[in-house]
Design a protein around this ligand. Structure first.
Ligand code: HEM
Length: 506
């Protein structure tokens, strides 16, 4: 009998498994603590077949029904500890904040950033750059009235843009994205762009395209098998071409800033960074150099654009789906602000219902359901386990927002989650769209300001109407929770606004 036909593939599989076990052993050697149990991984692919790549966070939530709130999952050959539900996430990210403050593996970003900038760096470099960015953004008015004025101004540009449609149906995605991006552009580059500016539009196209590809199966596979995917053809290579164009755009701005920099009168974030570079140019260990400037700027631009504009787009969608909620927000705007002046941040404390609606929107949509991957910064005892230094951690933020112990009937959209019995605004510790702890989103304050000011300004001028029934053929159908599914990040393009258009008139 000739077994050669069967033996060759079997032998190949055996060799491959040995190789993977060897490599696992090599990389896993450092992971010699006591990891939480989880589903048994296959060589090379890990637990890939137990996960739905289109809805990764839901697969992870589902697995916690079998393995509990803390378990280990293998993405490829790398183990990740998954934290599910409010208690687990809070005990790790808040109660052991230092231990869980590392950034975990994120190959699709790492290939571009090489660990430079804020979002994907670790250790002292991360601390120094984050502190610098926070202080500089504060100096440029983040959290004060100067940035408030900038957002108010941009919101008026957006209103003008919407008015041009004359009440005809339109897709608000692009104007909203341009308006939001302009706020961060003003802080970082010291200028805003016209909504028709060709360079600006190309840049935002690259940004959007990258989010799309990163959220697709290609981005996911890249995060799990980076070395292999580097060799294979596919759309994922476009991510790096787009990142490169973004880098060139930022580098060009830096060159222009260098030409007319006045150290006594910094105009924006880039100027401040350049001044610090000059001050530390003799220090070989300084973290202030061109590459960290490019990546930090990129973090702010990238982080500050897509997340906030996606939240606004979903807000429109939800308000169209829940006209009774939209009506109460309109009432509050009419009552507190009226038609004669633009909304301002001081209005927030007099508008508990609107505040509750905005929090509920962020809870309900959980646009970064898996947050960004964390890593433990030292060998970390946690709930009877010992996570070796460097272990990747996925905090399932969506599982916190949908934790029935924290929110009544969490799958329903209900602003009462953030209101007390007297109708006053009530915050919740389980509200964590920006993730809690030491790595909390650097732009959380700015994002909350933008969401409030943009949305109230739009609703002051317009009411939103879907072009088809918001629920399709089933009027009682729940709106889909936007899913994110890439390990570890995905922002899914929102469903088209109920038939591709929005009517706006008031
Ligand atoms: C609705 C809007 C936003 C949401 C939901 C959001 C959410 C998040 C989340 C979940 C993280 C990961 C935190 C962690 O490591 O656990 C993060 C990090 C970050 N975000 Fe945001 N973000 C938003 C807006 C912004 C804005 C406007 C900016 C820019 C000013 C920004 C800049 C950053 C940066 C730089 C980081 C990395 C922080 C670090 O690693 O220390 N984000 N964001």
């Amino acid at each position: 009998m000739d077994f050669s036909g069967a033996i060759t593939p079997a032998l190949l599989l055996l060799c491959l498994s040995c190789l993977v076990l060897y490599l696992n052993g090599k990389s896993g050697g450092r992971k010699s603590g006591k990891m939480p149990p989880g589903p048994a991984p296959l060589p090379f692919v890990g637990n890939l077949f137990q996960l739905d790549p289109k809805e990764m966070h839901r697969s992870l939530e589902k697995l916690s029904e079998s393995y509990g709130p803390i378990y280990t999952i293998h993405l490829g050959s790398l183990p990740y500890v998954v934290l599910c539900g409010y208690q687990a996430v809070k005990e790790a990210l808040v109660d052991q904040a230092d231990d869980f403050s590392g950034r975990g593996d994120f190959p699709v970003f790492y290939r571009f950033t090489r660990g430079n900038g804020i979002a994907f760096s670790n250790g002292e470099k991360w601390k120094v750059l984050r502190r610098f960015a926070l202080q500089t953004l504060k100096n440029f008015g983040m959290g004060t009235s100067s940035i408030e004025g900038r957002i108010q101004e941009e919101a008026q540009f957006l209103v003008q843009e919407f008015k041009k449609t004359g009440g005809a149906p339109f897709d608000p995605i692009n104007p909203v994205c341009r308006a939001v991006s302009n706020v961060i552009c003003a802080v970082v580059f010291g200028q805003r762009y016209e909504y028709q500016d060709a360079n600006f539009l190309t840049l935002l196209d690259h940004l959007n395209e990258n989010f799309k590809i990163m959220s697709s199966i290609w981005g996911e596979l890249y995060n799990i098998f980076p070395s292999l995917m580097d060799l294979l053809p596919g759309p994922h290579h476009q991510i790096f071409r787009n990142f490169e164009k973004l880098r060139q755009f930022i580098a060009e701005h830096i060159r222009c800033h260098q030409k007319d920099l006045d150290p006594d009168a910094p105009r924006d974030f880039i100027d401040c960074f350049l001044i610090r570079m000059e001050q530390e140019k003799q220090d070989p260990l300084s973290y202030f150099h061109t590459e960290t400037l490019v990546m930090t700027t990129h973090n702010l631009f990238f982080g500050g654009t897509e997340t906030t504009s996606t939240t606004l787009r979903y807000s429109f969608l939800i308000l169209m789906k829940h006209p009774e909620v939209a009506a109460r927000v309109h009432q509050e705007i009419d009552h507190v602000i009226g038609p004669g002046r633009p909304p301002c941040l001081a209005d927030r404390k007099h508008m508990p219902y609107t505040e509750a609606v905005l929090c509920e929107i962020q809870r309900y949509i959980s646009i970064l359901p898996m947050g960004l991957p964390r890593a433990v910064t030292r060998d970390t005892p946690f709930r009877g386990f010992l996570l070796p230094k460097g272990t990747n951690v996925i905090p399932l933020l969506s599982s916190v927002h949908y934790d029935p112990a924290q929110f009544k009937d969490p799958t329903a959209f209900n602003p009462d989650n953030f209101l007390d019995e007297n109708g006053a605004f009530k915050s919740s510790d389980a509200f964590m769209p920006f993730a809690p702890g030491k790595r909390i989103c650097l732009g959380a304050g700015l994002a909350r300001m933008e969401i409030f000011l943009f949305l109230t300004t739009i609703l002051q001028h317009f009411s939103l109407h879907p072009t088809v029934h918001p629920c399709g053929d089933r009027p009682d159908a729940p709106m889909h929770r936007p899913g994110q599914c890439s390990p570890p990040l995905r922002i899914q393009a929102p469903p088209s606004l109920a038939g591709g258009g929005t009517h706006t008139h008031r």
